[in-house]
Design a protein around this ligand. Structure first.
Ligand code: PMP
Length: 428
């Protein structure tokens, strides 16, 4: 293999430039919330492979279930010969998703594919074309989902044109001065100017804006959207790809609001590190697409289904929803404390739900302007000291916490101590 630097040179020569990596580090192995690189350096992992590892790297139950399935068969294509783990995972999703009505599920491979399929199903179910998404929203990198993703650089730049009938409303983000009332007024204006509500199939929203900066959707916003959807016969979709499976202290983040969506898109932490995604929703809606209209060769891969069933079991049996709430409190308190001590008035607006939380770095107290440079510097210093961190947000100045919920208190404290030291380095 070689050193990180040697691998980085090979990577730059062999891998397309458009795939960006946050760190010039190459993994050798990983366990729960720890990772070792090819040079033997150890890292505490607060990034969890972009919110995929709520149950940690190589959760023993997940690995055992995947290995057991590998010993039986690894692929048939569910569209050719069926298998029980696909059905069992669909049953589990139907049971976990909020709403006391009959539900059905579809399994695919990636988050973007889940979102694409939710829109296909919404169009088939309503007979309408329109989709409303929100500024700062992130739904994937395929053409339809890029059209829905509400951030130009780096995602959309140079890749248009995007599919039509996608409309954008402002996200209710108090940090940037958009109240729920402002967002709802803008949506009503959109209905008058561009998007005839009787031609809108779906409104899709992340319950906690993920790539867009970990802004939770206020409960009143969900309630208002539910009412608008009911009035106009529009389907409400919660994109829980990043916020689901215990990240926020509930199975699904929208549960914090009490509002029940018509469909939910799932992926990431559903399977503890295996590529699988899905859509769960009202049975009548989910059945709108005709047989053969949905699917894909690898959709609901049996090894990934087995891993997902085991990851879900681990979230249940290890009480990780409660753990997320407790960790959320820890991070809030420690961030407030560290900020006050090490970077007064530069760490601002600790926000999120449960352990899906972020803190922003700003230039000064007066303007509280986003400070992406400080954020970058903290992340770089943390990496050198052995902590993996990731940013998010429209201005790249929010630090988000996606640490495995299975991490021990000792590892969390170790990570926070490294963070504080990295912050001091960056401030020096
Ligand atoms: N929706 C949300 C909310 C996401 O966070 C992501 C991935 N960051 C996606 C969709 C796309 O998922 P994938 O990268 O698996 O296609």
């Amino acid at each position: 293999t070689g050193s990180n630097a040697a691998l980085q040179r090979r990577r730059e020569a062999a891998v397309a430039r458009g795939v960006a990596s946050a760190a010039p580090v190459f993994a050798a192995r990983a366990e729960n919330a720890e990772l070792w690189d090819v040079e033997g350096n150890r890292y505490v992992d607060f990034a969890g492979g972009i919110a995929v590892l709520n149950t940690g790297h190589r959760h023993p139950k997940v690995i055992e279930a995947a290995k057991a399935q590998e010993d039986l068969f690894t692929h048939t294509s569910f569209q050719v010969i069926q298998y029980e783990p696909y059905v069992a995972l669909a049953e589990k999703l139907n049971a976990l998703a909020p709403g006391d009505f009959a539900k059905k599920s579809l399994l695919v491979t990636t988050g973007a594919e889940a979102v694409e399929n939710a829109i296909k199903i919404a169009r088939a179910s309503t007979g309408r074309p329109g989709v409303i998404a929100f500024s700062g929203g992130y739904h994937g990198r395929t053409m339809l989902t890029l059209g829905m993703t509400g951030k130009v650089s780096p995602y959309k730049k140079d890749f248009g044109p995007f599919p039509g009938d996608i409309f954008r409303a402002p996200f209710p983000d108090a940090r940037n001065g958009v109240t729920v009332e402002d967002a709802l007024n803008a949506l009503q204006t959109l209905f008058l100017t561009d998007a005839d509500p009787s031609r809108v199939a779906a409104i899709i929203l992340e319950p906690v804006l993920g790539e867009g900066g970990y802004h939770p959707v206020p409960a009143e916003m969900w309630q208002a959207l539910r009412a608008i959807c009911d009035t106009h016969g529009i389907l409400l979709i919660a994109d829980e790809i990043q916020s689901g499976f215990g990240r926020t202290g509930k199975w699904f983040a929208i549960e914090h609001s009490g509002v029940v969506p018509d469909m939910i898109t799932v992926a990431k932490s559903m399977a503890g590190g295996y590529p699988i995604a899905g859509v769960v929703g009202r049975a009548a809606v989910m059945d709108a697409a005709q047989p053969g209209g949905l699917g894909g060769t690898y959709g609901g891969n049996p090894v990934a289904c087995a891993a997902a069933l085991a990851a879900i079991d681990a979230i249940e049996s290890e009480a990780l929803l409660a753990r997320s709430m407790a960790l959320g409190e820890t991070f809030r308190a420690r961030f407030a404390d560290i900020g006050a001590r090490t970077a007064p008035y530069r760490m601002w607006d600790i926000r999120g739900l449960g352990c899906m939380l972020a803190v922003e770095f700003v230039t000064d107290f007066e303007t509280a302007a986003p400070d992406a440079a400080l954020t970058k510097s903290v992340i770089a210093h943390a990496l050198k000291r052995g902590l993996i961190l990731l940013a998010c947000g429209m201005h790249g100045n929010a630090l988000r916490i996606m640490v495995p919920l299975t991490a021990s208190d000792a590892i969390i404290e170790e990570g926070l101590a490294i963070f504080e030291a990295a912050l001091a380095d960056a401030m020096a």
